[in-house]
Design a protein around this ligand. Structure first.
Ligand code: ATP
Ligand code: MG
Ligand code: FE
Length: 347
């Protein structure tokens, strides 16, 4: 079964072709980052309009790359939420229109389930059950994953997501969006130990996170350095390193707890922040000690992409799930309300 995957939940248009027999055949991404740069954040209406412009050309591009034609498509998966409602509607409309024209099933997919399953696109995919750390621009969650659609929430951020904290720290250090990769690059030049940032909520039991205090700590450190007349390049790098080390340590401590608490030997990390090298290294070291393993996707499949939507959609469509006639667009949508992959969905 050849599945066309469509991702338009925010500011990236992602399209991919995934074949249930032969795996990922092609994928393409257009990022709108430059379009929103002047506004200091994603402008929803501009995002929707640009998805309209890019989506069909990208669909044609992946078909050409894979040597396929529209008639070869056996099903269409699109991101139905969470995300910006207008942006979601574009993906959903195109998916349903194409599905109707081609006479193939269509299914709205949960964006975070897409992220969660992205490591399955790699060689040596993790077996169920596993603990997943979802770390992206909008989410920081620890989930016990027993199967597709069998999600038990173990903990989550009570305020900002880890990616959001990276982005805000970047801004304070004068770096552009998306901040994560830029903070990480600056941190490479940092002096270890010059600053020490707190590891929020690690001194008490539980698996929840909080990153807004860390953001304030960064702000105070930047302000203090500035008023002392010393926010030079080295100081900025030292702050970036101290911030990154604090986030990585905090995530690592909670992941270790989740593995110990559940007895799981496999940890999956997914979402944009899972591309972070220091985080990967920290988790490798921690899991080695527990004789456990850590799994993640290639960097381009950590952030938003069409491949993860095609893959997640394919798994559910193989089990017979599909939308009714209506486009599904759910801006807020807790992942643990999804049905197990085997059960038909009512929508
Ligand atoms: P969500 O998936 O929660 O709806 P999103 O789609 O905006 O949010 P993603 O595309 O998964 O999030 O990830 C983007 C986030 O990942 C940004 O906050 C970005 O700064 C962060 N990020 C990307 N690469 C890195 C990196 N190497 N280190 C740290 N953070 C990173
Ligand atoms: Mg994005
Ligand atoms: Fe995302």
């Amino acid at each position: 079964m050849l599945i066309l995957g469509i991702e338009t939940s925010c500011d990236e248009t992602g399209v991919a072709l995934y074949d249930s027999e032969n795996g990922l055949l092609a994928h393409a991404l257009f990022s709108q980052i430059h379009m929103h740069a002047d506004y200091g954040g994603v402008v929803p209406e501009l995002a929707s309009r640009d998805h309209v412009r890019k989506l069909l050309p990208l669909c044609d591009q992946v078909l050409a790359d894979a040597g396929k034609v529209r008639g070869d498509i056996g099903g269409i998966a699109y991101t139905a939420g969470p995300g910006l409602v207008g942006a979601l509607m574009v993906g959903g409309s195109v998916a349903h229109a194409l599905g109707f024209a081609l006479g193939v099933p269509v299914l709205g997919v949960h964006h975070m389930e897409g992220h969660l399953l992205a490591p399955m696109l790699e060689d040596n995919p993790p077996a169920f059950p596993f603990v997943a750390l979802l770390v992206s621009g909008g989410h920081t969650q620890l989930v016990l994953v027993k199967g597709i659609g069998e999600y038990e929430m173990l903990g989550e951020s009570v305020d900002d997501a880890a990616g959001e904290a990276f982005d805000k720290t970047a801004k304070m250090l004068g770096l552009d969006y998306p901040g994560g990769p830029r903070v990480a690059a600056l941190a490479e030049k940092g002096t270890p130990g010059r600053y020490r940032f707190p590891r929020p909520m690690t001194d008490r039991p539980g698996l929840d996170f909080s990153f807004s205090g860390l953001k304030t700590f960064t702000l105070n450190t930047v302000t203090a350095a500035e008023s002392a007349g010393g926010l030079d390049e080295q100081t900025r790098a030292d702050i970036a390193l101290a911030f990154e080390a604090a986030v990585v340590d905090t995530l690592t401590i909670k992941c270790r707890r989740a593995l110990e608490q559940t007895g799981c030997k496999r940890l999956v990390i997914a979402g944009g922040v899972s591309a972070n090298k220091r985080l990967r290294a920290g988790l490798e070291k921690m899991t080695e000690k527990l004789r456990a393993g850590v799994f993640y996707a290639r960097p381009e499949f950590c952030t938003d992409n069409g491949a993860m939507i095609a893959y997640a959609g394919c798994q559910r469509m193989k089990a017979g799930q599909q939308d009714g006639d209506r486009i599904v667009a759910v801006p807020r949508w807790p992942m643990n309300t999804l049905p197990p992959v085997g059960e038909p969905r009512a929508n």
